[in-house]
Design a protein around this ligand. Structure first.
Ligand code: FES
Length: 122
């Protein structure tokens, strides 16, 4: 069963993460926003954000190897996810992980969380 989960960018609340200049092409950044561990990737100049929680066993996923451009491999048991949308690509995970909308405003990377998140007053 797949529980595909993406946050609606039109209703999301955006949180500043870092200056875009601090996340170069090919790099990733692990942050916590409103108590949620997230990973932000710069892949060929486009930013993507996913939950840093593997749906297999709730372990951190984002420190794994990035393969085939958009696939992150969980370092614990090898499940793979698409960083563009959180979609699960291989066992042992069978459930997608959240993917968050990302935009750059005034040079800042901003990640959108559901409207239930605490507003960003930064
Ligand atoms: S915790 Fe990620 S594959 Fe098991």
């Amino acid at each position: 069963m797949v529980s595909y989960k993406q946050i609606d960018p039109t209703t999301a609340i955006y949180f500043s993460v870092a200056p875009a200049s601090e996340l170069s092409n090919g790099q990733r950044m692990i942050v916590e926003i409103d108590g949620e561990p997230l990973a932000v990737f710069n892949i060929a100049g486009t930013f993507y954000a996913i939950a840093d929680v593997c749906s297999h066993d709730d372990g951190p996923v984002a420190e794994g190897d990035l393969q085939n451009e958009f696939e992150i491999e969980c370092p614990r048991h090898g499940a793979r996810f698409d960083v563009r949308n959180g979609k699960v690509l291989s066992f042992p995970a069978i459930v997608d992980i959240p993917a968050y909308p990302v935009k750059v405003e005034d040079g800042q990377i901003r990640v959108g969380l559901p409207p239930t998140a605490t507003p960003d007053h930064a």
